[in-house]
Design a protein around this ligand. Structure first.
Ligand code: ACO
Length: 326
C-alpha cells in the first residue's frame, strides 16, 4: 500500500472584507456580541460575479504551482462544498473547465464543514490502492450566497473562500496515522438549508420565506459541535498513539473560537499549537481547514515529519478527525 503526502497547498479569498462594524448597520447586533460569542471580527464576501469554482480554480493554481505539477498531471478532482455553482454540473466539473483540462473524474462531496476531511479519507482510498497518483482536493464555499442577511442569528457567522491541496501517492514515511469519521442524520434539522432540493423545490413561496438560506438552532448545534469535534480529536490521537503535546499543529474547523477552545480542552491540545483563522474569515464551512492549512504551510508553521491533527464538525451532522504525518 502507498502512503499519501500533501505536496501543494493554495487558497483564495474574496477581496471584500465585511467587518462587525458594518454588520451593526445591517442587523441588530454589536461587535462586542459577535466577538465574545464567536471570536469573529470580519469575514470575506464574494462579489456577484464570483462562484465557488472561481475561488477553487484560483486556489488550485497556487497548489499546483507549489507541487510543481501541471493541471494535466492530475488524476482526479474532488471539491468539498455545500454551495456549488450549480446542482449539476458539479463544481468539480466547473473547476476542471477552469483549469482547462478534461477526461479525469471530477465530483463534489457534500459533508458541510467536514467536507475536506471526508475528502482526504476518499483521496486516501484512491491513492493508497494505486487508483490515482495525484488528486486535487479542494474545500470551498460561497456561504454569503445562502445567507439571510436579515437574520442576526446566522448572518454574522459565515464567510467565503477556497482552499486546495494536491495530494500525492508516495512510498515515503508519511500520511494518515489514524482517522475517524461519522455522521448522525437524525439531528440534521438543527442546521439545514430547507428549500431548493426535492424535499421543497424552489417556488415563489420558498423565495419569499428565505428558505434557500441557512437555518440553524445555534445553541443546540454548539453543544453537539463541542462533543463531536472534541471526542473525534481525542479518539484520533489515541488511535495514533500520540498525545496532544506531541502534535506540532492542530488545525480545527473554524466555526467559533469557543468551540475550538472547548475542543482543545477535550483533546488536551494547547491553544498555542492551534492554528486560528476564525477572527478574520468567520466560518467558511468546507473551506476553513484547507485555507488554514495553506496559511500555516506558507508561513512555515509546518515542516516535513511534523504530526498534525485535524478535526471538524458540520451540518448533517458530520464529524471527522485525522492525525497526519506531514
Ligand atoms: N447579535 C446580538 N444578539 C444575538 C445575535 C447577534 N448576532 N444572534 C443571536 N443573538 C441573541 C439571541 O437572539 C438570543 O437572545 P434572547 O436570549 O433574547 O433570545 C441571545 O443572543 C443568545 O442566543 P444563543 O443562540 O443562545 O447564543 P449562543 O451563546 O449560543 O451563541 C452562536 C450563538 C454564536 C450561534 C453559537 O450558538 C454557535 O456558535 N453555535 C454553533 C454554530 C456553528 O458552529 N454552526 C456551524 C456548524 S458548521 C456547518 O456545517 C455550516
Amino acid at each position: 500500500m502507498k502512503k499519501l503526502r500533501i505536496i501543494g497547498t493554495g487558497s483564495a479569498l474574496p477581496e471584500k472584507v465585511l467587518t462587525n462594524a458594518e454588520l451593526e448597520k445591517m442587523v441588530d447586533t454589536s461587535d462586542e456580541w459577535i466577538t465574545t460569542r464567536t471570536g469573529i471580527k470580519e469575514r470575506r464576501i464574494a462579489d456577484d460575479n464570483t462562484a465557488t469554482s472561481d475561488l477553487v480554480v484560483e486556489a488550485s493554481k497556487l497548489a499546483l504551482q507549489q507541487a510543481g505539477l501541471n493541471a494535466s498531471d492530475l488524476d482526479a478532482i474532488i471539491v468539498a462544498t455545500v454551495t456549488p455553482d450549480t446542482f449539476y454540473p458539479s463544481t468539480g466539473c466547473w473547476v476542471q473547465k477552469g483549469l482547462d483540462i478534461k477526461g479525469i473524474p471530477a465530483f463534489d462531496l457534500s459533508a458541510a464543514c467536514s467536507g475536506w476531511l471526508y475528502g482526504l479519507e476518499v483521496a486516501s482510498g484512491l491513492l493508497t490502492t494505486g487508483t490515482c497518483k495525484y488528486i486535487l482536493l479542494a474545500g470551498a464555499e460561497c456561504m454569503s450566497k445562502v445567507t439571510n442577511w436579515e437574520d442576526r442569528n446566522t448572518c454574522v457567522l459565515f464567510g467565503d473562500g477556497a482552499g486546495a491541496s494536491v495530494v500525492a501517492a508516495t512510498n515515503d514515511d508519511c500520511g494518515i496515522l489514524s482517522s475517524t469519521w461519522g455522521a448522525d442524520g437524525t439531528i440534521g434539522d438543527l442546521l439545514v438549508q430547507p428549500a431548493g432540493g426535492t424535499r421543497l423545490p424552489a417556488s415563489h413561496e420558498t423565495v419569499d420565506k428565505k428558505l434557500h438560506t441557512v437555518h440553524m438552532k445555534g445553541n443546540e448545534v454548539f453543544k453537539h459541535a463541542v462533543r463531536s469535534m472534541g471526542d473525534a480529536a481525542a479518539y484520533a490521537l489515541k488511535e495514533a498513539n500520540v498525545t496532544g503535546e506531541e502534535i506540532a499543529l492542530f488545525i480545527p474547523h473554524q466555526a467559533n473560537l469557543r468551540i475550538i477552545e472547548a475542543t482543545c480542552r477535550r483533546a488536551k491540545v494547547s491553544m498555542d499549537k492551534t492554528y486560528i483563522t476564525v477572527h478574520k474569515y468567520g466560518n467558511i464551512s468546507a473551506g476553513t481547514i484547507p485555507i488554514a492549512l495553506d496559511e500555516a504551510n506558507r508561513v512555515g508553521r509546518i515542516k516535513r515529519g511534523d504530526t498534525l491533527l485535524f478535526a471538524s464538525f458540520g451540518a448533517g451532522f458530520t464529524w471527522a478527525a485525522i492525525v497526519l504525518k506531514w
